[in-house]
Design a protein around this ligand. Structure first.
Ligand SMILES: [Zn+2]
Length: 68
């Protein structure tokens, strides 16, 4: 049986989940390409923020651990 307060709680949990997901996604957004890899500093062709998926993953991991 679902009453109004149950539904309100579900709604709050959904909002919280969506906010968490948005915060996580924002943190995982790659930085703007600057000509060098943001992870290892290797020179890259224009338009690439990382040299490969490994560098991207390392960078995301470090960024998550540093909490910013
Ligand atoms: Zn790299």
């Amino acid at each position: 049986m679902t009453d109004v307060s149950d539904r309100a709680t579900e709604r709050e949990e959904l909002d919280r989940e969506l906010a968490l997901r948005a915060a996580r996604a924002a943190r995982d957004v790659p930085p703007l390409p600057c000509g060098t890899c943001h992870n290892c500093g290797e020179r890259l062709p224009p338009g690439l923020p990382f040299c490969d998926a490994d560098c991207r993953d390392d960078w995301q991991l470090r960024r998550r651990q540093s909490g910013c």
